[in-house]
Design a protein around this ligand. Structure first.
Ligand code: NAD
Length: 329
Protein backbone atom coordinates (compact mmCIF):
# COMPACT_ATOMS: atom_id res chain seq x y z
CA UNK A 1 0.00 0.00 0.00
CA UNK A 2 1.26 3.52 -0.90
CA UNK A 3 0.08 6.81 0.59
CA UNK A 4 1.13 10.34 -0.33
CA UNK A 5 1.09 12.98 2.41
CA UNK A 6 0.86 16.63 1.38
CA UNK A 7 2.07 19.65 3.34
CA UNK A 8 4.17 17.64 5.77
CA UNK A 9 6.07 19.52 8.46
CA UNK A 10 9.53 18.63 9.76
CA UNK A 11 8.31 17.61 13.27
CA UNK A 12 5.86 15.15 11.67
CA UNK A 13 8.60 13.12 9.94
CA UNK A 14 9.56 11.10 13.01
CA UNK A 15 5.96 10.04 13.67
CA UNK A 16 5.32 9.28 9.98
CA UNK A 17 8.37 6.99 9.81
CA UNK A 18 7.36 5.16 13.00
CA UNK A 19 3.78 4.71 11.73
CA UNK A 20 4.93 3.52 8.28
CA UNK A 21 7.23 0.87 9.76
CA UNK A 22 4.61 -0.32 12.25
CA UNK A 23 1.89 -0.59 9.59
CA UNK A 24 4.12 -1.75 6.71
CA UNK A 25 2.89 1.06 4.42
CA UNK A 26 5.00 3.13 2.01
CA UNK A 27 4.45 6.82 2.79
CA UNK A 28 5.76 9.55 0.50
CA UNK A 29 5.96 12.98 2.09
CA UNK A 30 5.89 16.27 0.20
CA UNK A 31 5.97 19.73 1.72
CA UNK A 32 3.70 21.29 -0.91
CA UNK A 33 -0.04 21.71 -0.41
CA UNK A 34 -2.65 19.69 -2.29
CA UNK A 35 -3.82 21.82 -5.22
CA UNK A 36 -4.32 21.87 -8.99
CA UNK A 37 -0.53 21.86 -9.53
CA UNK A 38 0.33 19.01 -7.13
CA UNK A 39 -2.67 16.69 -7.42
CA UNK A 40 -0.98 14.72 -10.24
CA UNK A 41 1.61 13.50 -7.71
CA UNK A 42 -1.18 11.33 -6.22
CA UNK A 43 -1.27 9.19 -9.40
CA UNK A 44 -0.11 5.66 -8.55
CA UNK A 45 -0.86 6.03 -4.82
CA UNK A 46 -3.67 4.26 -2.98
CA UNK A 47 -4.49 7.12 -0.63
CA UNK A 48 -3.78 10.74 0.28
CA UNK A 49 -3.48 12.76 3.47
CA UNK A 50 -3.20 16.55 3.65
CA UNK A 51 -3.54 19.60 5.88
CA UNK A 52 -4.30 23.15 4.73
CA UNK A 53 -6.85 25.91 5.15
CA UNK A 54 -6.86 26.88 1.44
CA UNK A 55 -9.85 25.57 -0.55
CA UNK A 56 -9.28 22.65 -2.90
CA UNK A 57 -9.91 23.53 -6.54
CA UNK A 58 -12.62 21.47 -8.35
CA UNK A 59 -9.96 19.81 -10.55
CA UNK A 60 -8.41 18.25 -7.44
CA UNK A 61 -11.56 16.21 -6.69
CA UNK A 62 -11.92 15.17 -10.32
CA UNK A 63 -8.31 14.03 -10.68
CA UNK A 64 -8.23 12.16 -7.36
CA UNK A 65 -11.28 10.19 -8.53
CA UNK A 66 -9.61 9.60 -11.91
CA UNK A 67 -6.52 8.20 -10.12
CA UNK A 68 -8.66 5.76 -8.12
CA UNK A 69 -8.36 7.59 -4.77
CA UNK A 70 -11.35 6.96 -2.51
CA UNK A 71 -10.78 9.45 0.29
CA UNK A 72 -9.87 12.98 1.33
CA UNK A 73 -8.18 12.80 4.72
CA UNK A 74 -7.48 16.13 6.39
CA UNK A 75 -5.14 15.58 9.34
CA UNK A 76 -6.64 18.55 11.14
CA UNK A 77 -9.89 19.58 12.84
CA UNK A 78 -11.27 22.11 10.33
CA UNK A 79 -12.75 20.95 7.01
CA UNK A 80 -14.14 24.23 5.67
CA UNK A 81 -11.69 24.03 2.73
CA UNK A 82 -13.55 20.99 1.37
CA UNK A 83 -16.52 21.21 -1.01
CA UNK A 84 -18.68 18.33 0.16
CA UNK A 85 -20.82 18.38 -2.99
CA UNK A 86 -17.72 17.77 -5.10
CA UNK A 87 -16.43 15.15 -2.65
CA UNK A 88 -19.75 13.30 -2.98
CA UNK A 89 -19.82 13.68 -6.77
CA UNK A 90 -16.33 12.14 -7.04
CA UNK A 91 -16.99 9.45 -4.38
CA UNK A 92 -14.36 10.72 -1.96
CA UNK A 93 -14.99 9.90 1.70
CA UNK A 94 -13.91 12.86 3.83
CA UNK A 95 -12.23 12.28 7.18
CA UNK A 96 -10.57 14.64 9.61
CA UNK A 97 -8.78 14.32 12.94
CA UNK A 98 -11.33 15.82 15.31
CA UNK A 99 -9.44 15.91 18.59
CA UNK A 100 -5.71 15.46 18.05
CA UNK A 101 -4.97 17.70 21.02
CA UNK A 102 -7.68 20.14 22.12
CA UNK A 103 -5.35 21.21 24.94
CA UNK A 104 -2.82 22.55 22.40
CA UNK A 105 -5.28 25.16 21.14
CA UNK A 106 -6.88 25.75 24.54
CA UNK A 107 -3.50 26.51 26.16
CA UNK A 108 -2.54 28.89 23.36
CA UNK A 109 -5.83 30.79 23.75
CA UNK A 110 -5.36 30.98 27.50
CA UNK A 111 -1.77 32.21 27.21
CA UNK A 112 -2.83 34.94 24.78
CA UNK A 113 -5.75 35.97 27.00
CA UNK A 114 -3.46 36.24 30.04
CA UNK A 115 -1.13 38.53 28.09
CA UNK A 116 -4.03 40.76 27.07
CA UNK A 117 -5.48 40.87 30.58
CA UNK A 118 -2.08 41.87 31.98
CA UNK A 119 -1.78 44.54 29.21
CA UNK A 120 1.60 43.15 28.18
CA UNK A 121 1.41 44.69 24.68
CA UNK A 122 1.17 48.15 26.24
CA UNK A 123 4.12 47.40 28.57
CA UNK A 124 6.24 46.17 25.64
CA UNK A 125 5.31 49.26 23.62
CA UNK A 126 6.34 51.55 26.46
CA UNK A 127 9.54 49.62 27.13
CA UNK A 128 10.50 49.94 23.44
CA UNK A 129 10.31 53.69 24.13
CA UNK A 130 12.40 53.24 27.33
CA UNK A 131 9.33 54.19 29.34
CA UNK A 132 9.26 51.86 32.36
CA UNK A 133 6.32 53.46 34.17
CA UNK A 134 3.13 51.56 35.06
CA UNK A 135 0.60 54.41 35.09
CA UNK A 136 -2.71 53.52 33.43
CA UNK A 137 -1.82 49.84 33.08
CA UNK A 138 -3.42 48.43 36.20
CA UNK A 139 -4.62 44.91 35.44
CA UNK A 140 -7.13 42.52 36.91
CA UNK A 141 -6.89 38.87 37.99
CA UNK A 142 -8.33 35.98 36.09
CA UNK A 143 -10.46 34.48 38.89
CA UNK A 144 -12.40 37.76 39.05
CA UNK A 145 -13.44 37.43 35.41
CA UNK A 146 -16.26 35.85 33.45
CA UNK A 147 -15.09 33.89 30.44
CA UNK A 148 -17.56 33.23 27.62
CA UNK A 149 -17.00 30.27 25.33
CA UNK A 150 -18.59 30.32 21.87
CA UNK A 151 -18.73 26.66 20.88
CA UNK A 152 -17.92 24.31 23.75
CA UNK A 153 -16.84 21.24 21.80
CA UNK A 154 -13.43 19.57 22.13
CA UNK A 155 -11.37 22.79 22.20
CA UNK A 156 -13.99 25.01 23.83
CA UNK A 157 -14.51 22.31 26.48
CA UNK A 158 -10.76 22.07 27.20
CA UNK A 159 -10.67 25.88 27.35
CA UNK A 160 -13.53 25.91 29.85
CA UNK A 161 -11.67 23.43 32.06
CA UNK A 162 -8.50 25.55 32.10
CA UNK A 163 -10.29 28.79 33.00
CA UNK A 164 -12.46 27.01 35.53
CA UNK A 165 -9.36 25.57 37.24
CA UNK A 166 -8.00 29.12 37.47
CA UNK A 167 -11.17 30.14 39.30
CA UNK A 168 -12.89 32.13 36.54
CA UNK A 169 -16.65 32.07 36.07
CA UNK A 170 -17.16 30.24 32.76
CA UNK A 171 -20.30 30.53 30.64
CA UNK A 172 -20.85 29.08 27.18
CA UNK A 173 -23.17 29.04 24.22
CA UNK A 174 -23.46 25.93 22.08
CA UNK A 175 -26.52 24.29 20.49
CA UNK A 176 -25.20 20.97 21.82
CA UNK A 177 -24.88 20.63 25.59
CA UNK A 178 -22.32 18.21 27.03
CA UNK A 179 -23.32 17.17 30.58
CA UNK A 180 -19.67 16.31 31.42
CA UNK A 181 -18.73 19.98 30.92
CA UNK A 182 -21.29 21.27 33.40
CA UNK A 183 -18.70 20.91 36.18
CA UNK A 184 -16.72 23.68 34.43
CA UNK A 185 -19.26 25.94 32.75
CA UNK A 186 -22.85 27.15 32.70
CA UNK A 187 -24.69 27.11 29.38
CA UNK A 188 -26.49 30.24 28.33
CA UNK A 189 -27.39 32.10 25.12
CA UNK A 190 -25.14 34.05 22.76
CA UNK A 191 -26.35 37.50 23.84
CA UNK A 192 -25.65 36.71 27.51
CA UNK A 193 -22.16 35.46 26.66
CA UNK A 194 -21.49 38.63 24.67
CA UNK A 195 -22.82 41.06 27.26
CA UNK A 196 -21.47 39.41 30.44
CA UNK A 197 -18.04 38.11 29.47
CA UNK A 198 -14.70 39.76 30.17
CA UNK A 199 -13.04 37.31 27.80
CA UNK A 200 -14.96 35.94 24.81
CA UNK A 201 -13.19 32.95 23.26
CA UNK A 202 -14.37 31.47 19.94
CA UNK A 203 -14.19 27.74 19.19
CA UNK A 204 -16.91 27.04 16.62
CA UNK A 205 -16.40 25.62 13.14
CA UNK A 206 -16.62 28.06 10.24
CA UNK A 207 -19.83 27.43 8.30
CA UNK A 208 -22.77 29.37 6.84
CA UNK A 209 -24.26 29.96 10.30
CA UNK A 210 -21.05 31.11 11.96
CA UNK A 211 -19.34 33.13 9.17
CA UNK A 212 -18.90 36.75 10.34
CA UNK A 213 -20.62 35.89 13.65
CA UNK A 214 -18.43 38.59 15.18
CA UNK A 215 -19.53 41.73 13.38
CA UNK A 216 -20.31 45.27 14.53
CA UNK A 217 -23.61 44.20 16.15
CA UNK A 218 -21.79 41.55 18.21
CA UNK A 219 -19.04 43.98 19.24
CA UNK A 220 -21.66 46.52 20.34
CA UNK A 221 -23.09 43.92 22.72
CA UNK A 222 -19.69 43.22 24.33
CA UNK A 223 -18.28 45.08 27.34
CA UNK A 224 -15.82 47.79 26.37
CA UNK A 225 -13.37 46.15 28.79
CA UNK A 226 -13.75 42.71 27.12
CA UNK A 227 -11.18 40.80 25.10
CA UNK A 228 -11.92 38.67 22.05
CA UNK A 229 -9.89 35.50 21.52
CA UNK A 230 -10.20 33.79 18.13
CA UNK A 231 -8.35 30.48 17.97
CA UNK A 232 -10.83 28.97 15.46
CA UNK A 233 -11.13 30.48 11.97
CA UNK A 234 -10.56 33.99 10.64
CA UNK A 235 -13.88 33.98 8.76
CA UNK A 236 -15.79 33.92 12.06
CA UNK A 237 -14.79 37.56 12.61
CA UNK A 238 -15.53 40.43 10.23
CA UNK A 239 -12.09 42.03 10.25
CA UNK A 240 -13.15 45.57 9.28
CA UNK A 241 -15.75 45.57 12.06
CA UNK A 242 -13.17 44.30 14.54
CA UNK A 243 -10.74 47.07 13.60
CA UNK A 244 -13.50 49.64 14.04
CA UNK A 245 -14.53 48.16 17.42
CA UNK A 246 -10.90 48.34 18.61
CA UNK A 247 -10.38 51.86 17.29
CA UNK A 248 -13.61 53.09 18.89
CA UNK A 249 -12.92 51.32 22.20
CA UNK A 250 -15.99 49.06 21.97
CA UNK A 251 -13.77 46.19 23.14
CA UNK A 252 -10.43 46.27 24.97
CA UNK A 253 -8.35 44.00 22.75
CA UNK A 254 -8.10 40.82 20.72
CA UNK A 255 -5.91 37.77 20.23
CA UNK A 256 -6.15 36.25 16.77
CA UNK A 257 -4.52 33.00 15.73
CA UNK A 258 -6.40 33.11 12.44
CA UNK A 259 -7.37 35.86 9.99
CA UNK A 260 -9.94 35.81 7.19
CA UNK A 261 -7.28 36.66 4.58
CA UNK A 262 -4.42 34.61 6.09
CA UNK A 263 -4.20 32.36 3.01
CA UNK A 264 -2.41 35.18 1.15
CA UNK A 265 0.57 35.31 3.48
CA UNK A 266 0.57 32.86 6.43
CA UNK A 267 2.72 29.69 6.32
CA UNK A 268 5.54 31.31 4.35
CA UNK A 269 8.18 34.02 4.43
CA UNK A 270 6.04 36.72 2.84
CA UNK A 271 7.13 39.72 0.81
CA UNK A 272 6.10 43.18 2.14
CA UNK A 273 3.71 43.73 -0.79
CA UNK A 274 1.81 40.53 0.12
CA UNK A 275 0.86 41.78 3.59
CA UNK A 276 -2.74 43.07 3.60
CA UNK A 277 -3.60 46.43 5.14
CA UNK A 278 -5.90 44.96 7.81
CA UNK A 279 -3.00 42.88 9.17
CA UNK A 280 -0.76 45.97 9.32
CA UNK A 281 -3.42 47.94 11.21
CA UNK A 282 -4.10 45.15 13.71
CA UNK A 283 -0.40 44.39 14.20
CA UNK A 284 0.30 48.03 15.07
CA UNK A 285 -2.13 47.92 18.02
CA UNK A 286 -0.63 47.15 21.45
CA UNK A 287 -3.91 45.53 22.52
CA UNK A 288 -3.90 43.02 19.64
CA UNK A 289 -1.92 39.80 19.49
CA UNK A 290 -1.63 37.94 16.20
CA UNK A 291 -0.09 34.51 15.78
CA UNK A 292 0.30 32.69 12.43
CA UNK A 293 -2.33 29.94 12.89
CA UNK A 294 0.05 27.96 15.08
CA UNK A 295 -2.16 27.15 18.09
CA UNK A 296 -2.16 23.47 17.07
CA UNK A 297 1.63 23.24 16.77
CA UNK A 298 2.73 21.03 19.67
CA UNK A 299 4.53 17.68 19.82
CA UNK A 300 1.46 15.81 21.08
CA UNK A 301 -0.70 17.28 18.34
CA UNK A 302 1.79 16.38 15.59
CA UNK A 303 1.94 12.73 16.67
CA UNK A 304 -1.83 12.34 16.96
CA UNK A 305 -2.54 14.11 13.65
CA UNK A 306 -0.19 11.80 11.80
CA UNK A 307 -1.36 8.54 13.37
CA UNK A 308 -5.10 9.22 13.50
CA UNK A 309 -5.17 10.57 9.91
CA UNK A 310 -3.15 7.69 8.41
CA UNK A 311 -5.16 5.04 10.27
CA UNK A 312 -8.30 6.33 8.55
CA UNK A 313 -6.63 6.42 5.12
CA UNK A 314 -5.78 2.73 5.52
CA UNK A 315 -9.28 1.88 6.80
CA UNK A 316 -10.91 3.39 3.69
CA UNK A 317 -8.42 1.79 1.29
CA UNK A 318 -9.19 -1.57 2.94
CA UNK A 319 -12.95 -0.98 2.54
CA UNK A 320 -13.52 -0.53 6.28
CA UNK A 321 -15.31 2.27 8.12
CA UNK A 322 -13.01 5.16 9.03
CA UNK A 323 -13.00 6.26 12.64
CA UNK A 324 -13.49 9.96 11.84
CA UNK A 325 -15.79 10.45 8.83
CA UNK A 326 -16.98 14.05 8.43
CA UNK A 327 -20.70 14.64 8.16
CA UNK A 328 -20.94 18.36 7.25
CA UNK A 329 -23.33 20.47 9.37
P1 NAD B 1 -15.83 20.59 17.85
O1 NAD B 1 -16.65 20.15 16.69
O2 NAD B 1 -15.44 19.60 18.87
O3 NAD B 1 -16.55 21.79 18.60
C1 NAD B 1 -17.20 22.84 17.94
C2 NAD B 1 -18.42 23.20 18.78
O4 NAD B 1 -19.02 24.37 18.22
C3 NAD B 1 -19.49 22.10 18.80
O5 NAD B 1 -19.80 21.76 20.13
C4 NAD B 1 -20.66 22.74 18.07
O6 NAD B 1 -21.91 22.28 18.57
C5 NAD B 1 -20.42 24.21 18.37
N1 NAD B 1 -21.13 25.12 17.48
C6 NAD B 1 -21.42 24.96 16.16
N2 NAD B 1 -22.09 26.05 15.72
C7 NAD B 1 -22.20 26.90 16.77
C8 NAD B 1 -22.78 28.18 16.95
N3 NAD B 1 -23.39 28.83 15.92
N4 NAD B 1 -22.74 28.75 18.17
C9 NAD B 1 -22.13 28.12 19.21
N5 NAD B 1 -21.56 26.91 19.11
C10 NAD B 1 -21.60 26.31 17.90
O7 NAD B 1 -14.54 21.28 17.21
P2 NAD B 1 -13.18 21.60 17.97
O8 NAD B 1 -12.27 20.44 17.85
O9 NAD B 1 -13.48 22.14 19.30
O10 NAD B 1 -12.60 22.76 17.01
C11 NAD B 1 -13.27 24.00 16.87
C12 NAD B 1 -12.66 24.79 15.73
O11 NAD B 1 -11.32 25.17 16.08
C13 NAD B 1 -12.46 24.00 14.43
O12 NAD B 1 -13.63 24.00 13.65
C14 NAD B 1 -11.31 24.68 13.76
O13 NAD B 1 -11.81 25.63 12.84
C15 NAD B 1 -10.58 25.39 14.88
N6 NAD B 1 -9.21 24.92 15.08
C16 NAD B 1 -8.18 25.80 15.09
C17 NAD B 1 -6.88 25.37 15.30
C18 NAD B 1 -5.70 26.32 15.33
O14 NAD B 1 -4.56 25.88 15.21
N7 NAD B 1 -5.92 27.60 15.52
C19 NAD B 1 -6.63 24.01 15.48
C20 NAD B 1 -7.69 23.14 15.52
C21 NAD B 1 -8.98 23.60 15.31
Amino acid sequence: MKIIMYATLAPEQKYIKEWAIKNDVEVKCVTERLNAQTVDWAKGFDGIDFQQTQSLEPIVYQKLHQYGIKQLTARMVGYDMIDFNLAKKYQLTVTNVPAYSPRAIAEMGLSQALQLVRKMGYYYQRMDQLDFRWAGLESTEIYNLTVGIIGAGHIGGATAQLYSLLGANVIATDPVHHPELEAYLNYTDLDTVLSQSDIVTIHTPLNKQTANLFNSQAFQKMKNTAYLINMARGGLVKTDDLIQALQEGQIAGAALDTLADEGQFFEKKAQPEEIPEDYRILRSMPNVLISPHCAFYTDTAMKNMVEMGLDDVVAIINGKHPQYPVIPQ
